[in-house]
Design a protein around this ligand. Structure first.
Ligand code: GRF
Length: 203
């Protein structure tokens, strides 16, 4: 059965584009029901528009204004966004470069359906600067490999959860920070499609 996806992105959306392309050319039996972004200028919005996919900008700012306590703001935001996403009846919610840590107010609504991608191997370099951190470890201590993982998000652990797929990306002697990043992105784009396809088939 064709899966229903909702994709959340904060930036360029090249991983969103990988999902769009795979759904168009048949490698991924899924429709992207909606895209949500939390940054106004996220290029992911244009990618969605170019393919006739509904997209919306849902910022955290107004929730911060209403709730001085940061956790309360996040929970209120997460609850509202979860309500909107639930209306699409998604089989999977893909965090594709989504720069916001969900609370259980969101995650509790979609058990086994929230998928994250992380540009590092399981258990390494959690947080928003994984590629920079790996590069720094290469320069400082000769780190020879990093990687990509796609995982479920069961709880508030950062870049942690049951691994769906992971793949090593070797760090070559002649790599620059940019060439390493480019190879990581190429792996991300392929692995994300594979992981989401497998998850949908199993759902
Ligand atoms: C990816 O490297 C992802 O792993 C990281 O943010 C980047 C998003 O890239 N969390 P894009 O917006 O999909 O191009």
């Amino acid at each position: 059965m064709t899966g229903r996806l909702v994709v959340l992105a904060s930036g360029s959306g090249s991983n969103l584009q990988a999902l769009i392309d795979a759904s168009v050319d048949g490698r991924l039996d899924a429709t992207i029901e909606a895209v949500y972004v939390n940054r106004r200028s996220a290029y992911a919005r244009e990618r969605a528009d170019n393919h006739g996919i509904a997209q919306d900008f849902v910022p955290l700012g107004p929730y911060r204004d209403r709730h001085p306590e940061p956790r309360a703001a996040r929970e209120a935001y997460d609850t509202d966004l979860a309500d909107r996403i639930a209306a699409h009846e998604p089989d999977a919610i893909v965090l594709a470069g989504w720069m916001h840590l969900f609370t259980d107010a969101f995650l509790g609504r979609f058990p086994n359906r929230v998928v994250n991608l992380h540009p590092a191997l399981p258990g390494t370099f959690p947080g928003a600067h994984a590629i920079d951190d790996a590069w720094e470890a290469k320069e400082r201590a000769g780190l020879a490999q990093t990687g990509v993982m796609i995982h479920l998000v069961p709880d508030e652990g950062v870049d942690d959860g049951p691994v769906l797929l992971s793949e090593v990306v070797p760090i070559r002697d002649d790599d620059t920070r940019d060439s390493l990043e480019q190879r990581i992105h190429e792996v991300e784009h392929r692995l994300l499609v594979e992981a989401v396809a497998t998850l949908i088939e199993a759902s």
